[in-house]
Write a protein that binds this ligand. Structure first.
Ligand code: BGC
Length: 576
């Protein structure tokens, strides 16, 4: 452990960052991360007590107690119930028309595209039928101007163009064959092409789904704002642009990334029962879970197979508690919301997901900077800086711009356990133009960033616990002692150190979950879940076109010979 010479200031930072304050007395802190060297951290300038006091006070504003957590779980369950009964509630609880989850034996070659937030991915996926898959993909950043384009067409034309580029690059033979046929085939009825790729479209925004490949956009999130697209069928928007380019691609399935993650987790990690929840903690946040059809009280308009008695529900939990009954609300949360493109909406997401955590931190840091009594990121002279220099921030530092702190630096801060916090200090310099930050500046930054992230993880546990409780698995004698499997994906769970540990730690203090329940909840990363999941749903869609129920189609595939793209296409031709 750190040496006792450390000031109370330093030990405060350590406890605020690494160990669970609220529950430390009850459970051993599992997030503790001892420093690699048994050296003491250097004391830089004489510690400015006001920075210590201010930082403590900032950190305390992000505390979300065990009691708060338990209250929030109850409210989450209440809002889930409300969403299952009627439309227009804050938790949308959208039926997805997917009624079964796979078990890892499904086979075939499919295409998937994924419009999630920052990037657009195009992939082809070979499902090998033995819980493994091979994935080929390309990824492009979505140009910022397209996120707020005047018309939906501009964005969707760009997406279709990426699909074309992918086909040319990775499936050139097939693409050329298709072009040759199109140019040479002439028939009185015009050109007909059955050799189509079935494409699963992962569209990670709230959509009112009315069928497996049909759904209208409810609202944009994560900084997108193209009013022209709201209320339109996003599959049709994509298909229209694909058709304009004459591509051999049929948009066969529409999938939220959480549904994809749930599918992918079930495919790659089979158990007696499939995964119960797929969740994303990335740019945005959301979860999809398996609900009993009998609990779904609102009317369903599309066709679906009711043989499993279940349906996957896309909760759209980013909008949990927009009314702020239980969510924490600091002055920085208020400021962030006010200046966002969608004030009053996605209130849970704005406290939990990667797009927003850096901005909450930035607003807090700005307040600390504005305080004239606090020596933060500034030195009187080089003698008060442990690197014998003077700290200053460039006037053009992105700290002064909205969204100017990328959440990624929070991961760097949490992971840096070097005695001098030299990695974080270098990062502050290279990404935020804070020159020669002193040790205690970095400590303050790390403590506040840690508090923002810890609150996010505790809130994440609220949603996970509520869904596990809703499924009844913890008390169901049939699944006694079975692990309760949850697939997660997204930059926070992937890159933020101990994010999952902090979730588990919080699950332990939740009524109805407790130590025993938390042990059974297995949270595993389903990397590339949205691509693989979309392929799996495209596969289900193929079954539905043949009038086979989802469950039957999964069953059929499990016992059938490998399906390849060629056989899928030949099958189609034979059907005509
Ligand atoms: C969207 C969800 C999506 C989540 C994660 C949210 O902003 O509303 O549909 O699943 O981000 O990507």
């Amino acid at each position: 452990m750190f040496s006792p010479q450390l000031s109370s200031f330093s030990s405060f930072f350590l406890s605020a960052t690494y160990s669970p304050v609220a529950s430390a007395d009850r459970h051993p802190p599992i997030c503790e991360n001892p420093p690699p060297f048994p050296t003491s951290a250097p004391v830089s300038r004489p510690l400015a007590m006001s920075l210590e006091a201010e930082t403590k006070s900032f950190v305390s504003k992000f505390e979300y107690s065990d009691e708060d957590v338990n209250k929030a779980v109850k409210e989450f369950l209440r809002q889930m119930g409300e969403g299952l009964e009627k439309d227009g509630t804050s938790l949308s609880q959208i039926p997805t028309y997917v009624t079964a989850v796979p078990n890892g034996t499904e086979k075939g070659l499919y295409m998937a595209v994924d419009l999630g937030g920052t990037n657009f991915r195009v992939c082809s996926i070979q499902l090998n039928g033995d819980t493994t898959f091979n994935l080929t993909y390309t990824k492009v950043a979505i140009p910022k101007d397209l996120m707020v384009a005047k018309t939906a067409k501009e964005l969707f034309a760009f997406l279709a163009k990426q699909v074309e580029l992918f086909l040319v690059t990775h499936h050139g033979d097939h693409f050329e064959r298709h072009v040759r046929r199109r140019l040479t085939v002439s028939s009185p009825d015009g050109f007909k092409d059955e050799n189509v790729f079935r494409l699963g479209f992962t569209f990670s925004f709230p959509v009112q789904q009315v069928g497996i490949n049909k759904g209208t956009l409810i609202r944009w999130t994560k900084g997108f704002d193209i009013p022209d697209a709201v209320g339109k069928d996003v599959c049709a928007l994509l298909q229209t642009e694909i058709d304009k380019l004459h591509l051999p691609v049929k948009v066969a399935a529409l999938v939220n990334d959480t549904v994809g993650t749930l599918m992918a987790r079930s495919y790659t990690s089979p158990g007696k029962t499939g995964a119960v929840l797929g969740a994303i903690f990335g740019t945005g946040t959301n979860g999809a879970y398996v609900e009993k059809l009998s609990n779904l009280k609102k009317p369903l308009t599309g066709e679906y197979d009711n043989s499993t008695g279940d349906m996957v529900i896309n909760t759209e939990w980013g909008s949990f508690d927009n009314q702020l009954n239980v969510l924490p609300n600091t002055s920085w949360d208020i400021e962030l919301d006010k200046t966002s493109v969608n004030p009053g909406i996605q209130m849970y997401e704005k406290r939990v997901s990667g797009m927003f955590l850096g901005e909450i931190l930035r607003l807090a840091i700005l307040d600390l900077l504005k305080n004239p009594k606090v020596a933060f990121f500034k030195d009187e002279n080089s003698s008060s800086n442990d690197w014998k220099s003077t700290t200053h921030i460039a006037p053009n530092s992105s700290i002064y711009e909205q969204w100017g702190i990328d959440t990624a630096i929070m991961s760097v801060a949490a992971a840096d356990n070097t005695p001098e916090l030299s990695i974080l200090r270098q990062e502050l310099e290279s990404t935020l133009n804070v020159y020669s930050p002193a040790h205690d500046d970095a400590q303050a930054f790390k403590a506040i960033a840690g508090a923002v992230a810890r609150r996010a993880a505790r809130l994440a546990a609220v949603a996970i616990a509520a869904i596990v409780l809703q499924t009844g698995k913890l008390t169901d004698p049939e699944s006694k002692d079975e692990p309760i499997d949850i697939g997660v994906d997204g930059s926070l769970v992937e890159h933020y150190p101990y994010f999952r540990d902090m979730i588990t730690e919080t699950l332990r203090v939740i009524d109805g979950v407790g130590e025993e329940g938390a042990k059974r909840i297995r949270i595993g990363v389903a990397k590339d879940g949205s691509g693989v999941g979309a392929a799996l749903i495209a596969l289900v869609a193929a079954g539905m076109e043949k009038n086979t129920s989802t469950a039957d189609y999964f069953r059929e595939l499990r016992s059938s010979a490998p399906v390849t793209l060629t056989s899928v296409m030949e099958d189609d031709a034979a059907d005509e």
